[in-house]
Design a protein around this ligand. Structure first.
Ligand SMILES: [Zn+2]
Length: 348
């Protein structure tokens, strides 16, 4: 199923007609749904592939976001006619039920693990392939992970290069092929980088490769937080914050991401994790955000190449809430409160 001719030949006629009729300008192509993906809630109720530290997202009526776009592209690839608009409305629910019945699945209209598995089954994509499934890959690489890529539906040399970069960033085999593992990590997040293979951040700090500010008197500094996390303990929040001096386990995905940032970017300085004072609903209080205040020894002020590189890496490594001085990084954004640091939170 990897090469264009047999794969296309196997497609239902409807899909071919749709692809021919719509050309490169499908409704809902990138741009129209770029900004909706970070605000919606995902219910992660079913187990996914635990070895990648993530679960398939569960999508149902009312959901809006990038995962919905991916599912809609995959349904089109399977021969169904529906708009790719990132909104899980009545038409999408009805199409999902039809697809589920055709696959012998429970026709509940909810895209959970079994339905995702069926949607990507047999779609092994590589350079030379074309289709709505290629669009799904390109869309996620651009809009979720911030890679420089266009959504064309054609798996060319640039897509091959970006897929390999993504695979390297996620510590999965960098073969340029979208097989089951890469589909899972593209849609669900996670990857093979976690799990202690990346070395101790405290050791890196002690060796001068990384600066974790602290310690402080209440034990809520970044250095204190990471010491606690590496010892298997929950990290302390600050007494000044909305939760008071309580504790929270750091998201292991964030800690693994911090190690990846170190190896891919080099020296950086962390000014806050679970400590400090933030907005009442901040990811910091959930142990799921890191503030970066200096890059390679230089403080942050304004949009620089290093700032963009760090913001891009945070997005690529799985932070879904990346805010910093640059407005030029896909998947990240800027605001007045983030001129002097980069906030990387909501790690998948
Ligand atoms: Zn922050």
């Amino acid at each position: 199923m990897s090469h264009p001719s047999p794969r296309l030949a196997a497609l239902p006629l409807l899909s071919l007609l749709l692809m021919a009729a719509c050309g490169p300008e499908l409704p809902g192509d990138p741009g129209e749904v770029d900004d909706v993906g970070d605000d919606f809630e995902i219910d992660e109720t079913d187990a996914g592939k635990a070895d990648f530290g993530a679960d398939w997202p569960v999508l149902r009526s009312g959901k809006i976001g990038r995962d919905v776009v991916a599912a809609q592209y995959l349904l089109r690839e399977r021969g169904y006619s529906l708009a790719v608009d990132g909104e899980f409305g009545a038409a999408t629910a009805s199409t999902v039920k039809t697809f589920q019945r055709a696959r012998g699945l429970s026709a509940d209209g909810v895209v959970g693990p079994a339905t995702w598995d069926a949607l990507v089954a047999g779609l092994s994509l590589r350079q030379g392939d074309t289709g709505s499934d290629v669009r799904a890959v390109q869309y996620l690489l651009l809009n979720r992970y911030g890679y420089s890529i266009s959504v064309t539906g054609e798996f060319g040399a640039t897509t091959d290069q970006r897929v390999r970069e993504f695979q390297r960033d996620r510590c999965i085999e960098a073969d340029g092929v979208i097989g089951p593992d890469t589909w899972f990590v593209l849609v669900a997040g996670g990857g093979g980088c976690g799990g202690g293979g990346s070395g101790s951040l405290v050791a890196a700090h002690t060796a001068g490769q990384l600066r974790l500010q602290g310690p402080d008197s209440e034990g809520s500094s970044p250095l204190d937080n990471i010491r606690d996390a590496e010892a298997g303990r929950p990290a302390r929040r600050s007494a000044r914050g909305h939760y008071g001096a309580t504790r929270v386990y750091l998201n292991p995905g964030m800690v693994a991401g911090m190690a990846q940032l170190l190896s891919r970017f080099g020296h950086y300085e962390v000014s806050s994790i679970a400590g400090g004072r933030h907005g009442a609903t901040s990811h910091h209080y959930q142990g799921d955000a890191v503030d970066i205040a200096a890059l390679r020894g230089a403080g942050i002020y304004g949009d620089t190449a290093a700032v963009r590189e760090m913001m891009r890496l945070c997005v690529a490594l799985g932070a879904t809430e990346v805010i910093g001085p640059s407005s030029q990084v896909p998947g990240a954004w800027t605001d007045a409160n983030h001129k002097d640091h980069i906030h990387c939170g909501g790690w998948r």
